[in-house]
Design a protein around this ligand. Structure first.
Ligand SMILES: [Zn+2]
Length: 350
């Protein structure tokens, strides 16, 4: 029996009870002092085992192990206690019965969703998506589209000019924010041999007040089909197909004669009012119809301006305002709601 060894173990055991009241840093220091692999007191004690007479080794070894187990248990218990205390401190003052805040889930803007739906329907008919610059010259925005030189739309009141210095050249003129997506039709015809089938979404800008039915910056989506033998029948069939896909299979449509410089003949297409289904309501001003787009056969002068042989090729074009169509779908009467970014309103349209 080695009295020194057992006396050491007794001294250590005297420290066992103290562990239960140590704070975190003191606990870890004590752990190192007693169980540390390099210089821990118990490690030192166990180093004595091989030096003992053989008959004493087993007894002392077992004693060391018992003390070691007792300390390990005490350390584990105190660590768990401290973790629990720290968790309680973190929760102090937190009302666990308060409802959780909902996680924010984003989604596409309703107008973007409508643009995607419209684009998808025309893609199914073989149209490809085309885009172009938002700053254009007068030639692309007006002249190529057969606007007469003195057309009122070119007035400062309607068009936002960004640079008064004219761009030189046949296709130049003053620089402006495009007032419609139609210049992309010109760019498509100038760069692609017919057949051309393009669907053109994008922003347009006009010097308009921001009121219930106008926005100075607004979305447009236009379509263009140019090929040999295209007639008004193709125009009508395509647009009626679109209206039925978008608004529903039984949706009625009608075409009214209209005028645009870039199409001849021209028409506006109405769909039956989505709110009253034709019986008449304040939204459709009692008519039962809602105008959704303008369309027509591409004017031969426009084809000629794009170096397309107007004797060989014909085509149709159409344009609509996706924000307006979104308003029709949801029965919204003020276009400003579409562009103000008020999440309470936009969330209600989902
Ligand atoms: Zn109605």
């Amino acid at each position: 029996m080695n009295p020194t060894g057992y006396a050491q173990l007794d001294e250590l055991l005297a420290r066992l009870a103290g562990i239960a009241s140590l704070d975190e840093s003191a606990l870890e220091a004590e752990h190192t002092a007693i169980l540390g692999r390099k210089a821990g007191a118990l490690t030192e004690a166990s180093k004595q085992i091989p030096t003992l007479p053989p008959e004493e080794r087993r007894g002392f070894g077992a004693a060391v192990n018992q003390v070691k187990a007792a300390f390990e248990q005490a350390f584990t218990a105190r660590r768990a206690e401290l973790a629990e205390e720290s968790r309680r401190r973190a929760l102090a003052g937190v009302d666990l019965t308060m409802p959780a805040r909902h996680r924010w889930i984003g989604s596409a803007h309703p107008v973007t969703t409508v643009i995607d739906e419209i684009t998808e329907i025309f893609r199914g008919l073989g149209f490809v998506v085309a885009v172009g610059p938002e700053v254009e010259t007068e030639w692309y925005n007006f002249h190529a589209l057969n606007f007469p030189a003195n057309h009122p739309a070119m007035d400062m009141h309607d068009t936002l000019y960004v640079d008064a210095t004219p761009v030189p050249g046949d296709r130049g003129g003053r620089q402006l924010l495009r007032t419609h997506t139609s210049p992309v039709q010109i760019r498509e015809l100038l760069t692609h041999e017919p057949p051309v089938r393009a669907i053109i979404p994008g922003m347009s800008y006009r010097n308009d007040p921001f009121d219930p039915s106008h926005a100075p910056a607004f979305h447009q989506i236009e379509g263009l089909a140019v090929d040999e033998g295209i007639s008004f029948v193709d125009l009508k069939a395509t647009l009626v197909h679109f209206a039925r896909r978008f608004f529903g299979e039984t949706t009625r449509t009608r075409f009214r004669p209209s005028y645009f410089p870039f199409t001849e003949p021209s028409a506006e297409m109405d769909v039956e009012c989505q709110l009253c289904h034709g019986s008449g309501c304040p939204a459709c001003k009692g008519t039962g119809w809602m105008e959704i787009l303008g369309c027509g056969m591409v004017h031969p002068a426009v084809l000629a301006n794009c170096d397309v042989d107007a004797e060989r090729y014909t085509g149709f074009a159409f344009g609509m305002g996706p924000a307006r169509i979104t308003m029709l779908r949801y029965g919204v009467t003020d276009i400003r709601y579409m562009y103000e970014g008020d999440m309470r309103f936009l969330g209600s349209l989902r």
